[in-house]
Design a protein around this ligand. Structure first.
Ligand code: AMP
Ligand code: MG
Length: 397
């Protein structure tokens, strides 16, 4: 049995980065940047007025009130081409370029104009009401980094610097295989000794965010059928996620099938509850996860291992779930010899602190309770946690 951190190191080591893919901006949310995004121009691209008013020379208005001649105007999208000389002013609008010669903008409220004359009533400070060129960003600056996941909030930045096409990592192709002679399709009414296939649907929904997914037909607990299904799937995808059949029962064939196919198994027992019998292997270049069949175990091991690998393959900077800390509302009993990552929901107490509500599980097959989980709470092996204590949490995404 290996610690979770060692298991994650195996993932890191065995995950090969996928090539880059050029996509359109509108298809980029959720994808991972395969290039640094740079500003291709200064922002603002010119000295920009922050006010409606008059562009003036500080020295001209030192002894305000003074009268100046209005020689033109600068509006957003069309600057004043000429130069402001002594005794002159240019009417200027918010967002417009400050004309050369002027070094200050006096707001319209502190002026009075009549025809081509303006009275500047107050003296002005140098650079007043002006955002200098490149004050926000200089051309060439890296504004988003390779390995960041593109979010909706990044779209304005990408659009502003002309990234109508972006280099992102190729999405991995993921195949999903449910095993178990008791498992039937969800469109069927299960017989007394059968249950519906919830795992494939859940894994598909989880993986969809980071990968192109394909659900394969359910495979019975039969070594030969499982071997041929794995061989076929692994030859045509980047990652195969199998659920069920990883324990030590007489009809658990995932590991025997992988062995007989010559797959390299990196780990098959992790110090994790739920999810101890999780298998991580490779057949050719294809990563294979064998997740224990209980739906809650599938969810936890998907988030901890498979999700991490899918993001790593795409060169993600932070492939693991976002971590945080929160206060436990209830005590949690630890497990001897195994760390636990238990599904939980979060809320806020009256003092504004994030709190953890552990979900009441009757067993790791309790997917109905899991339906309202928002993340995981970490319970170190052998360390019972008390109500009121601060615990480490991970947020589902
Ligand atoms: P296993 O890992 O094959 O020993 O399965 C553990 C438990 O998970 C058993 O109760 C299975 O019936 C259940 N299980 C396995 N595969 C699925 C699936 N695809 N959908 C729902 N439950 C499953
Ligand atoms: Mg089974």
């Amino acid at each position: 049995m290996i610690p979770i951190s060692d298991a994650l190191n195996f993932l890191d080591r065995e995950t090969i980065a996928l090539p880059a893919d050029e996509i359109k901006l509108e298809a980029s949310v959720g994808r991972i940047l395969a290039e640094n995004v740079r500003a291709d121009l200064d922002l603002p691209p010119f000295d920009r007025s922050q006010m409606d008013g008059f562009a003036v020379r500080v020295e001209d208005v030192r002894d305000a009130p003074v009268d100046l001649e209005i020689i033109g105007e600068s509006v957003a999208g069309k600057g004043f081409g000429g130069e402001v000389n002594s005794g002159e002013a240019v009417r200027i609008m918010t967002g417009a370029p400050v004309p050369s010669g002027a070094d200050s903008v006096q707001m319209v409220e502190l002026t009075e104009s009549d025809g081509d004359k303006v009275t500047i009533k107050n003296a002005a400070k140098p650079e007043q009401n002006i955002v200098p060129r490149a004050a926000e960003v200089k051309a060439g600056t890296v504004v988003l980094e390779k390995g960041e996941i593109i979010t909706k909030n990044m779209i304005a930045t990408l659009a502003s610097f002309g990234y109508y096409k972006i280099n992102v990592s190729k999405r991995p192709c993921v195949k999903i295989l449910a095993t178990g002679s008791e498992i039937v399709d969800i469109s069927e009414k299960p017989a007394e000794d059968q249950i519906r296939n919830s795992n494939s649907w859940m894994i598909a929904e989880f993986a969809k965010k980071y990968a192109d997914v394909e659900m394969l037909p359910i495979i019975r607990d039969d070594l030969e059928s499982l071997k041929s299904a794995i061989r076929e799937a692994a030859s045509s995808c980047d990652c195969l996620i199998i659920s069920g059949g990883v324990s030590v029962g007489d009809y658990d064939f995932t590991k025997p099938a992988l062995r007989e196919l010559g797959a390299e198994i990196f780990f098959e027992k992790v110090s994790l509850k739920p999810g101890k019998p999780t298998v991580f292997a490779k057949l050719g270049e294809t990563l294979i996860f064998g997740l224990p069949g209980n739906p809650v175990s599938v969810a936890v091991t998907f988030y901890v291992f498979a999700r991490t690998a899918l993001l790593r393959m795409q060169g993600a900077k932070f492939p693991e779930l976002n971590r945080g800390f929160a206060k436990l509302l209830h005590p949690i009993k630890s497990t001897k010899g195994r760390d636990a990552l238990l599904p939980a929901s979060f809320s806020t107490d009256s003092a504004g602190h994030l709190t953890i509500e552990t979900l009441r599980f009757s067993g790791s097959s309790n997917f109905i309770t899991f339906a309202r989980a928002e993340g995981l709470v970490f319970v170190p092996a052998g360390v019972d946690l008390n109500a009121g204590e601060v615990a480490e949490i991970y947020f589902f995404d």
